[in-house]
Ligand binder design. Structure first.
Ligand code: HPA
Ligand code: ZN
Length: 326
């Protein structure tokens, strides 16, 4: 339809995408077969039927289990390339994507296999589709800070090809302050810093991400709305919040898309933009996420164009490249 074509045609960037969360059930089956890995599902439909979550942890349990089919460099290449191919069809021109190395190294997969596969696909994605990209290494916050230091050491030879570090996984009980030292170290190495904060966790976790981790972006950030002074601070500083509407619905962060805070956040002057988070698990890629909020919140085409512009403004592209896209 016309609105879908409009959104699809807008030049867009995606800044909050977990590569492991783009593993479609079809590819999961193909990799299970290729690597002779048993998976607890009979059919692709059975996999999709299992994607019925009541909170973040429900999802994470299934997401980490699904990642078990990823075994060698080619698997990580195929995963990344499949995502980029889809993005090329939606006029997504720039992506800054997350990966969770600990999910793989903790089950004996070499860091090099993960990083080499992903980086080769990002290179080919730029060559074949003109999609520029950056790679963000996420620390799993349910694990220790010491474990995060171990993964940063493994990444050491790759740091010139890694854009930044992030913080994901189970938020409640694992506040940003737990990772103060590793984020300081990452900053000292010239890496950008982002963190999931205020998805399920409370507004003080967003304060910690700002004041203790010195993040350059907040991933999600929905719960800032509980704290009007925090909203004013985020708006004043022009901090980008990477919102994920379909994720919020599937993980019961909101009970209805009509209650998504995106529109009120825009009206409060927050720099919000739209992302898909884990599209294979949450039922839609980038265009679907724009359309979900457009329809539920009655967004105008101008609103959608602002969101698309914000996607480049919030990126880590340099000023010249941003201007070229906006
Ligand atoms: N939140 C936290 N951790 C995650 C997510 C998320 O939405 N997706 C993948 N890891
Ligand atoms: Zn996320």
């Amino acid at each position: 339809d016309a609105l879908r074509d409009f959104v699809k045609g807008l030049p867009k960037a995606e800044l909050h995408l977990h590569l492991e969360g783009s593993l479609e059930p079809e590819l999961m089956f193909a990799l299970a077969q290729r690597n002779a890995v048993a998976i607890p599902y009979e059919t692709v439909d059975a996999v999709r039927a299992a994607y019925d979550f009541s909170n973040l942890q429900d999802f994470l349990d299934i997401y980490y289990a699904g990642a078990d089919v990823l075994r060698d460099e080619r698997d990580f290449y195929d995963l990344t390339m499949a995502y980029l191919k889809r993005m090329a069809q939606e006029n997504v021109q720039h992506v800054e994507v997350f990966f969770d190395p600990q999910t793989h190294t903790d089950r004996g997969i070499a860091f090099e296999a993960v990083a080499d596969g992903i980086l080769a696909a990002l290179d080919d994605g730029e060559r074949d589709f003109g999609i520029t990209s950056g790679l963000i290494l996420c620390f799993l916050r349910h694990l220790s800070e010491e474990a995060a230091f171990d993964v940063l050491a493994m990444a050491d030879p790759y740091l010139d090809r890694i854009l930044g570090v992030g913080l994901d996984s189970s938020e409640l009980g694992h506040p940003p302050s737990k990772f103060a030292r590793i984020f300081k170290e990452a900053g000292a190495r010239g890496l950008k810093r982002v963190a999931h904060a205020g998805e399920e966790g409370p507004a003080p976790y967003i304060h910690e991400a700002l004041d203790i981790l010195h993040v350059d972006r907040i991933d999600h950030g929905n719960r800032c709305l509980d704290d009007p002074e925090l909203v004013a601070r985020l708006a004043r500083s022009g901090m980008t919040l990477t919102l994920c509407p379909l994720s919020n619905l599937k993980l019961c962060v909101i009970d209805d898309m009509a209650h998504h805070p995106l529109k009120s956040m825009m009206e409060s002057g927050l720099h919000v933009m739209v992302n898909s988070d884990d599209p294979a698990y949450f039922g839609g890629y980038l265009t679907d996420n724009y359309l979900a909020v457009a329809q539920a919140l009655n967004l105008s085409r101008d609103d959608l164009a602002v969101l698309a512009k914000n996607s480049f403004r919030g990126s880590f592209l340099d000023g010249t490249a941003k201007a070229r896209h906006m």
